[in-house]
Design a binder for this molecule. Structure first.
Ligand SMILES: Nc1ncnc2c1ncn2[C@@H]1O[C@H](COP(=O)(O)OP(=O)(O)OP(=O)(O)O)[C@@H](O)[C@H]1O
Length: 460
């Protein structure tokens, strides 16, 4: 359906076509509009002149060309179907914005393909890419800074049309005013400057500008994050209405799960450059399978600020995207790390060993005697066989009654913690399937008839 029906539009030509040319494309829900395959976007860790150069005084020559790239998006594949909203969620820095910008070719991909209706955007350049740009648009988080304060609202909305040589002056004005109304603003505000508007209204102006070139696909990067909660729902509802009317397809980036739940059809969860889970919205929220997704869902802030729902769920720091963990990227923080197959752990033994390993690595317990550590983590019985010997050695290394403290470490604990950490990680964490293979599993969903993707070896 178009922006205006023929009856409302006095400028309709004899052939019945609207002079604003704003008939939205009827998208059939279900066909892939965007197909991303093996996409990687790496940034040089130092984007300056000496990017990639590293100085290593012990080597000759001491300067080498390193590969310390920030792997912001690292082998990501998924599709977005025409007419749907794919929500993209994950903690700050996980690569959501970089993924969105790479799909729009605002950033060049390092590898992979981005098919838009079959054409590979990653391979386009120059004029071909410029032409495609009208079909794919982006709206950003901060409506304040993305609107030029010197321009009037009408000019702002008309600018992309002018850049793409769409319509004459009069046609652009008619369309801009019609769009103002469509996004819930008063067309009489055409001559106002953006500062006269509230945050929510400014985001509506952004929407009108994005829609002006009649796109099919819009990447929405945290579009309501800077707005009051009461305004967020109104803007989201307008976006949903516009989607319906113009057959738009959205990639909707947000860190806020309640916003994602409000707007998405399907949801992709991103962690450290990978998509770790992707499922239909109800399935993802009701039947999450990846320990990272579960942790995110459990960390939704609870209404009572005295109750810290988030505490202890996502422990530890996100590793650096320069040198991400092998296999599953979440494994270094995962509470469900799988036991190495070579060791015959009972379920309880592995749970105790894993908890001990995490506690040693993060030094979350007070130094104490061997027997106290054993009692605390293993109820006095450590695992059998080789695994047991390693655990015993690690306990000895961190115990305060350890024999013969090292030189320069009189209380005998500093190097002990490091050695114990290395011993446990090398023997248990690094030998887990979670460290050895990258997980990718697809299975039948419990809710709805979509498939469910989870990158977790618990599904092996
Ligand atoms: N131009 C750049 N040069 C170097 N590194 C970059 C650049 N842009 C992003 N990064 C890095 O890439 C990683 C992913 O960043 P990105 O902004 O995509 O994450 P995000 O999930 O969108 O986070 P946020 O929600 O905070 O914007 C981060 O480690 C970031 O520091």
């Amino acid at each position: 359906m178009g922006l205006m029906s023929d009856a409302e539009d006095p400028a309709v030509g004899g052939d019945g076509s609207s002079s604003t040319g704003l008939e939205g494309t009827e998208n059939t829900h279900g066909e892939p509009l965007i197909e991303v395959d093996g996409l990687r976007t790496y940034f040089s860790a130092d984007s300056g002149l000496l990017a990639g150069l590293s100085f290593e005084p012990d080597r000759f020559p001491p300067v080498s060309l390193g590969t310390d790239d920030v792997k912001a998006v690292d082998d990501v594949s998924f599709e977005i179907r025409a007419g749907e909203t794919l929500g993209l969620v994950g903690e700050s820095g996980c690569g959501k914005s970089t993924l969105g910008r790479t799909i729009l070719r605002l950033i060049d991909p390092t590898a992979g393909t981005i098919r838009f209706r079959g054409d590979d955007l990653a391979a386009l350049s120059g004029e071909q890419l410029r032409q495609k740009r009208s079909e794919i648009q982006m709206i950003f988080q901060d409506p304040q800074s993305s609107l030029d304060p010197r321009m009037k609202v009408g000019q702002i909305i008309e600018e992309p049309m002018r850049a793409h040589d769409m319509f004459d002056e009069e046609g652009r004005r008619t369309r801009a005013k019609a769009l103002l109304e469509k996004v819930g603003l008063d067309p009489r505000h055409y001559n106002r400057h953006p500062h006269a508007f509230s945050g929510g209204q400014r985001q509506r102006i952004n929407l009108a500008r994005a829609l002006s070139v009649d796109p099919d696909f819009i990447v929405c990067d945290e579009p309501v994050s800077s707005l009051d909660v009461s305004i967020q729902a109104q803007v989201l509802n307008t976006m949903a209405e516009l989607q319906e009317e113009f057959g738009l397809t959205y990639l909707f980036i947000a860190h806020d799960l309640s916003v994602i739940r409000h707007i998405s059809d399907r949801v992709a969860v991103m962690y450290l450059g990978h998509i770790v889970e992707l499922a239909e919205k109800t399935e993802l929220f009701e039947n999450p399978q990846h320990p990272y997704t579960k942790a995110l869902l459990e960390s939704i802030p609870v209404p009572d600020p005295r109750e810290t729902g988030a505490r202890g769920v996502l422990e530890g720091e996100v590793p650096s995207p320069v040198d991400p963990p092998s296999g599953c990227r979440f494994r270094t923080r995962c509470p469900k790390l799988i036991a190495p197959e070579t060791d015959a752990f009972s379920v309880q033994e592995w749970e105790a060993t894993r908890a001990f390993m995490r506690a040693v690595k993060r030094r979350t317990f007070e130094p104490s005697s061997e027997s106290a550590i054993r009692a605390r983590f293993f109820e006095e019985a450590t695992p059998q066989g080789e695994a047991g010997k390693i655990v015993d050695e690690a306990i000895r290394l961190v115990a305060t009654d350890r024999d013969g403290p090292d030189e320069g470490d009189p209380d005998g604990t500093r190097t002990g913690w490091d050695e114990a950490t290395d011993l446990l990680l090398e023997n248990f964490a690094e030998r887990s399937i979670c460290a050895r293979e990258r997980p990718r599993y697809e299975f039948e969903a419990e809710h709805g008839d979509e498939t469910h993707f989870a990158a977790c070896h618990l599904h092996r």
